[in-house]
Design a protein around this ligand. Structure first.
Ligand SMILES: Nc1ncnc2c1ncn2[C@@H]1O[C@H](COP(=O)(O)OP(=O)(O)O)[C@@H](O)[C@H]1O
Ligand SMILES: [Mg+2]
Length: 385
């Protein structure tokens, strides 16, 4: 609460046509120890001019010649100022008082009850300060949430770029060397003079083949090269692999009509859709105890939607609030990087996760990770000698 002193008096704008009433009001407040810097105005023009100055509180007579307290209150609002406004009147009916409060007056009181004036002013000022502090805190909280979103989305994008860069390095450096090694070992095996050397070389060839397979797996996890063949092909591959690994039936439905458009999705969208499906399927494996999964890819009204539903045990708000679970939270942020969003619904029949991405008014595309490995240099070719 602000305390008013000679250096910082309470700045009071008084809308009052009677100089005598004005002096009486000030005398009353000063008797109670208030330090004031007051200005009296009684016309609309003077009032509007005065509104350009800073005030702690406005005290207004209800009836002014050619002007009224309620009009003054409207003008204050129109002026965009948030100054507590207290109406004082010789006679004020209940209806008028209610109307004034509805219009944003802080308080009202009768001229013959000036004892209430000081506490009313202090209370109005304090309430306004509290309100302003809350608004400031709300604004700061909003800005902080916004920064957090931006950071999370930036991290998602940079993680993808980093992954793509690592995949490329594995492909170029490790992959190149392993392939050369495989050629050399095959040559040694062919030209070996003794069965021992042939056996050793064949053993080494097997080890190298395993290493090549491992690096392909790692590369695929880092950056799904299959996406090069389009989102539909990638989802088909993912659904088939999921079914094979888990034994849970997984049906993929894709729109026949929009296939061409699905091949020309905006930059970043296929990877976001792919990662969303990946996380949804991982969650189903880990948590759902489902026996059937359906993936629906659709394009309607310029909105791409990817729906993954299971018939498992469902999830609760508590599940989503787990402190150490970032999968679904990450999906929300990831969707945001391409202007989309994720909806999650769950019940006794299972869980459905929907990613929606409007394609037309997609925001500026996030920085594009380096393109995945071109088909000609696809590591799946390494094994063929
Ligand atoms: N398909 C699902 N079926 C049932 N529960 C789920 C499903 N997906 C997520 N959950 C629940 O929601 C929680 C949060 O999921 P997520 O954010 O992906 O984190 P994590 O998988 O690392 O726990 C999971 O721990 C699980 O309890
Ligand atoms: Mg998860």
């Amino acid at each position: 609460m602000t305390f008013f002193t000679a250096e910082r008096p309470l700045r009071l704008l008084h809308l009052e046509d009677s100089e005598l009433d004005h002096e009486l009001t000030l005398a009353h407040l000063r008797r109670n120890g208030m330090v004031l810097a007051a200005l009296r105005v009684d016309s609309e023009a003077d009032y509007l001019r005065a509104l350009d100055q800073p005030w702690d509180v406005i005290v207004s007579d209800y009836n002014l010649p050619g002007f009224s307290g309620l009009v003054a209150l409207d003008l204050l609002k129109a002026h965009g100022r948030d100054v507590p406004f207290v109406i004082v009147s010789g006679e004020i009916g209940e209806d008028t008082a209610v109307e004034a409060m509805r219009n944003g007056a802080s308080d009202y009181l009768l001229k013959n009850n000036l004892a209430r004036l000081e506490p009313a002013l202090l209370h109005a000022i304090e309430a306004a300060e509290t309100r302003r502090a809350r608004e400031r805190a709300d604004r700061e909280l909003g800005a902080s949430k916004q920064r957090l979103h931006e950071l999370a989305q930036h991290l998602q994008t940079s993680v993808e770029m980093e992954r793509a860069a690592i995949a490329r390095e594995i492909h170029d450096d490790v992959g190149g060397s392993l392939t050369a090694l495989k050629f050399d070992l095959a040559w040694i095996a062919r030209h070996a003079g003794t069965p021992e050397v042939v056996a050793r070389a064949s053993g080494a060839l097997e080890t190298v083949s395993l290493a090549i397979e491992a690096s392909q797996r790692i590369m695929h996890n880092l950056r799904p090269a299959i996406l090069e063949q389009g989102l539909v092909a990638a989802l088909q591959w993912m659904a088939a692999r999921f079914e094979r690994r888990t034994g849970v039936a997984c049906a993929l439905r894709t729109p026949q009509a929009a296939l061409a458009q699905l091949h020309h999705l905006p930059a970043g969208v296929p990877l976001v859709a792919y990662r969303t499906a990946q996380e949804a399927l991982t969650n189903i494996t880990k948590h759902a105890q489902a026996s059937r999964v359906e993936i629906d890819l659709a394009l309607a009204g310029g909105v791409l939607s990817l729906e993954v539903s299971d018939n498992g045990r469902g999830l609760s708000q508590d599940d989503l609030a787990k402190a150490r679970s970032f999968g679904i939270r990450g999906l929300h942020e990831r969707a945001g990087t391409v202007g989309g969003w994720v909806d999650l619904s769950s019940g006794p029949g299972g869980t459905t996760l929907i990613l929606s991405v409007p394609l037309h008014d997609a925001p500026e595309a996030p920085p594009e990770p380096p393109p995945p490995l071109a088909e000609a240099e696809d590591p799946t070719g390494w094994g063929d000698l």
